[in-house]
Design a protein around this ligand. Sequence first.
Ligand code: FE
Length: 188
Amino acid sequence: MARLDGVCEEISRLFRDRGDSEYGGEAVTQRQHALQTADRAERDGADVPLITAALLHDIGHLLHDLPDDAPAADIDDRHERLAARWLADRFGPEVVEPVRLHVAAKRYLCTVEPGYHDLLSEPSRTSLALQGGPMTADEVRDFEASPHWRDAVRLRRWDDAAKAPGLPTPDVAHFLRRLRDATPGADP
Ligand code: FE
């Protein structure tokens, strides 16, 4: 399937050209963070669409030209919306929606899970304030109305844990291979 080949090429190129940029004030690069998130998803038994969402959840950071430390400068880069728009042209809702909701999932967990906020890294807490802080009760209800909210919460937990400097993971090609293998009609 030529189209999937083209999408995989775009993804490889983005990680190759921009993946070495800093991951928002953490001690890992964008590429390392994406790979660690996808690796955790795979180890946790997620299906291929959700592993793909994990790999691409921060692709929005590779699509804009704001500085890597935008939140520290009080800028919400709205990377989840940028990512969701980009992904919606290329994938179905099972990939797009967990990505679109992964920032909302942080706000959600801050409200419903005692102690979650204290586990967040400093940069993650800084961006939380810019992203609207913990959810209100109404927002919690709306969030749980999405058919994809549980996947978004799973993705969020892998995301939060994927900041370990130097942790070995499979490479981008590994996850793109899994995507091709799972897509009917794709060339092997
Ligand atoms: Fe992330």
